[in-house]
Write a protein that binds this ligand. Sequence first.
Ligand code: C5P
Length: 230
Amino acid sequence: MTESTKFWGIVPAAGVGKRMQADRPKQYLELAGKTVIEQTLSRLLQADVFEAIAVAISSDDPYWPQLPIAKHEKILAAAGGTERADSVLSALKSISGKASDDDWVLVHDAARPCIAASDIHHLIACLIHDDVGGILALSSHDTLKNVQDGRIAGTLDRNHIWRALTPQMFRYGTLKTALEEAEGNPAITDEASALELKGLQPKIVEGRPDNIKITRPEDLSLAQFYLEQQ
Ligand code: C5P
């Protein structure tokens, strides 16, 4: 790491969260006295490593402007996109005048409010000298099945299977180019997959299991429990 290496946060927050069946996008549901996205951003700010955090927000989002954290000096709003990858690319472009190609960006889902500062510091420590970058991930404890038409077609070797979490940490220039090249490709569901398409092999860094993504209604009470435990 050179002394001038900077870190930027990128937070895609322009999803609707259909699986929550709620009256508003999941990032605006209440969690431990705040909204989910306020919990997430507070934790990223607590890590105290970012120059700024660019948050991708949907253009018709009435909730974001009402949040006090939207006015925080380190929080910048960017336009959201059709898919998660479009939102991430839009947020990356929004800081193009400020970030250098060699700076690190950490992309973190707005819907993962239990991210611990220790996990962010661990990810950075593991990757700071890496040529490619990498992601927080969890090994699988369950046996995993390949299923077709409701029937098991095979068993995967779980020694080689990991669940991709966020943050995902890459160099600004590499990630922006990879996402631009992959634009419109539905297989790009995280940042690592855009780099994989270029033949690069991002590193896996084992993360904490409490870094869950709010996806279904029952995830909110689990997240509340984890926040209290932390
Ligand atoms: O829907 P899913 O849980 O996979 O979304 C992961 C993250 O990506 C969420 O924080 C969501 O707000 C964000 N997202 C986005 N733009 C989209 C779709 C999802 O910023 N078009």
